[in-house]
Design a protein around this ligand. Structure first.
Ligand code: FES
Length: 246
């Protein structure tokens, strides 16, 4: 199939960026979008041109590296999938696909489609962990936890920290990301001990990174490749109130 790609090219964080158009004819519908970028990069390299910089690792929706704004939407037109899981059968012959980096002040562009998401790392460093000794897996399995609690924690733990929630939000809020981490750890007995400090520290770091306030539009939930529920934001707000009052 033939497709036209419009791709954001930017040589460095300070430089101006622009959309550059590329025509590709030897694309098959079974190719993933990232494989199409690989194909284009091969052609660019053969022509002595600079390949397009983009992030990827697992290419199966697990690691969260591949955040791309595809035709104006974080991770593209399909629901519940990451950019690496988009295949060309999603598009039609002669379609034009516009690919840009996620846009947010807290995620500056490094080069082309690569953004700096270390703001998320610093939020995790602020409290997104359990530092008490929780024993081995058999010990964890010996702790009785209600099924609905486990399910809610597991659903929150599905967050892959890709940043689509930030890119989708008109305020570039990281509330869904922080809420997923706080809910994942805070709902379980292993995370109970540090519950208060975790919530306060992660929210303080989120604010320090200049993410915006929650816009209450649910755009984050709609675009999240793991379909993390905004119910977790309600959980985070309750946790924050509890941590400040008690
Ligand atoms: S490359 Fe890992 S989620 Fe896409």
């Amino acid at each position: 199939m033939h497709i036209t790609l419009r791709i954001w090219r930017q040589t460095n964080p300070a430089g101006p960026g622009r959309l550059v158009t590329y025509e590709l004819s030897d694309v098959t519908e079974d190719m993933s979008l990232l494989e199409v970028l690989d194909l284009l990069n091969l052609q660019l390299a053969r022509n002595g041109e600079e390949p397009i910089a983009f992030d990827s690792d697992c290419r199966e929706g697990i690691c969260g590296s591949c955040g791309l704004q595809i035709n104006g939407r974080p991770h593209g037109p399909l629901k519940g999938v990451a950019s690496c899981q988009i295949h060309m059968r999603t598009f039609k012959e002669n379609d034009t696909i516009t690919i840009e980096p996620f846009r947010a002040k807290a995620f500056p562009v490094v080069k082309d489609l690569v953004i700096d998401r270390t703001a998320f790392d610093r939020i995790i460093q602020a409290g997104g962990f359990i530092s008490v000794n929780t024993g081995g897996a058999p010990d964890a399995n010996a702790i009785p936890i209600p099924k609905n609690t486990v399910d809610a924690a597991f659903e929150a733990a599905a967050c892959i920290s890709c940043g689509a929630c930030v890119a989708a939000c008109k305020n570039a809020s990281a509330m869904l990301f922080v809420a997923a981490k706080v809910a994942h750890l805070g709902r379980l007995p292993q995370g109970e001990v540090e519950r208060k400090e975790r919530c306060l520290s992660m929210v303080a770091q989120m604010d320090a990174e200049k993410f915006g306030a929650c816009s209450n539009t649910y755009a984050c939930e709609a675009e999240c490749p793991k379909e993390i529920s905004v119910d977790n934001i309600a959980f985070l707000n309750r946790e924050l109130l509890r941590a400040k009052v008690f």
